[in-house]
Design a protein around this ligand. Structure first.
Ligand code: PEP
Length: 243
């Protein structure tokens, strides 16, 4: 399957960045799917700037309800209307700083699918959990309880301790975790779970992308910091295996 290289801009980026970035990614030849997840305020501009390019736009969160008295929140239908086709859910920065539970993430994923968006559900262990030998158990619990019935989306394995730190797990650890995730997806979702993309995220950069993306059961990357520069995101995409 074609790999998916997804950029998570987090709370970075202003209007002035959109045109130059969009032009650079549009112009580049690529053999992967590309997805840009900017802040909510830039989704509409990006959708216009990338129209017809085949490059997808995503949100970084959505509310489980389609509308209502939820000050500061954005719903899945609103994201879709603005031009998004994906949404990142359950990122560790939301699980830990906004207290998001697995059940809440499952509700958001259900709302996203109902609105026609592809949810990218993030899972991953803390450093203490890995040191205690609990990494696979923690990720299994997150998957079992963050994915709604009939989940049709993407999983991003993002060890919390590797996000924004410049540290990555060993290749053997990434491969083992992705194999474990694949087994849980098959157990929970049956046959369709075997075909879902599993992305690796956590300090993916142009210089480590080739080795990470070549690992078995790694179907792409969720890239934070390095996605802010179009040339770095493109270099990561370029490092993905062909065919
Ligand atoms: C992320 O926030 O999803 C992420 C993987 O960040 P970084 O690439 O900066 O570690």
């Amino acid at each position: 399957m074609r790999q998916l290289i997804a950029g998570n801009w987090k709370m970075h980026g202003r209007l002035a960045h959109v045109q130059g970035y969009a032009q650079a990614v549009r112009a580049a030849a690529r053999h992967t799917d590309l997805l840009i997840c900017p802040p909510f305020t830039l989704i509409d501009r990006f959708a216009t700037a990338l129209a017809g390019s085949g490059i997808a736009i995503g949100g970084q969160d959505c509310h489980p309800a389609p509308e209502g008295a939820h000050t500061g929140d954005v719903s899945a239908p609103m994201l879709a209307e603005a031009g998004a086709s994906y949404v990142i859910l359950g990122h560790s920065e939301r699980r830990y700083s906004h207290g998001e539970t697995n059940a809440r993430v499952a509700g958001k994923a259900e709302a996203a699918m109902f609105a026609g968006l592809t949810p990218i559900v993030c899972v991953g262990e803390t450093e203490a959990q890995r040191d205690a030998g609990e990494a696979e158990h923690v990720v299994r619990q997150q998957l079992m309880h963050s994915l709604p019935e009939g989940f049709a989306g993407v999983i991003a394995y993002e060890p919390v301790w590797a996000i924004g730190t410049g540290r990555t797990p060993t290749e053997a650890d990434v491969a083992a975790m992705h194999a474990a995730i694949r087994a849980v997806l098959a157990e929970k979702l049956g046959e369709p779970g075997k075909a879902l993309k599993i992305l690796y995220g956590g300090s993916v950069k142009p210089d480590n992308a080739a080795s990470l993306l070549a690992l078995p059961e790694v179907d792409g990357a969720l890239v934070g910091g390095a996605s802010l520069k179009a040339e770095d995101l493109l270099a990561i995409a370029d490092a993905a295996p062909r065919g």
